[in-house]
Write a protein that binds this ligand. Structure first.
Ligand SMILES: [Zn+2]
Ligand SMILES: [Zn+2]
Ligand SMILES: [Zn+2]
Length: 131
């Protein structure tokens, strides 16, 4: 008695879709963690951030084709880095902390963490100290 085993051809195909793997670590890319550079090459967000940060000439260079990859888009909850994200420079120039020292609450004695708006104070402290 012989048993016929039927393979479904489509299942035997190995996925060699290079479009879908990170050119730094060769792991699969998924929609959430993928970033495409200006040159069209795709990487994991974390992989390309590391690659940019390790670059000694501080160029935003694609680690694969060496072309200029451009600034990285900063995802919502990620930290901006020098030479990597435009936002790093924006943060520095815009964000000035309110100079008020808190007199009550859990952070008593610490500098206010709000963004300064007027005369070095945040909106709330400006009202308290400057009126
Ligand atoms: Zn990767
Ligand atoms: Zn490239
Ligand atoms: Zn304040």
């Amino acid at each position: 008695m012989s048993i016929a085993i039927k393979f479904d051809d489509s299942q035997l195909e190995i996925d060699v879709d290079e479009e879908n793997e990170c050119l730094v670590c060769y792991d699969e890319l998924t929609d959430e963690n993928t970033i495409e550079l200006a040159c069209g090459h795709k990487f994991h967000y974390d992989c390309i951030v590391d690659s940019y940060r390790m670059s000694t000439n501080h160029k935003q260079q694609c680690p694969y084709c060496r072309k200029n990859g451009g600034w990285l888009k900063l995802p919502f909850n990620k930290k901006a880095y020098r030479y990597v994200h435009k936002e790093f420079y924006k943060q520095k120039s815009i964000k000035t902390r309110c100079i008020a020292i808190l007199k009550s609450g859990a952070n008593k004695g610490n500098q206010c963490k709000c963004q300064a708006k007027t005369n070095g104070y945040c909106g709330r402290h400006y009202k308290i100290y400057c009126n």
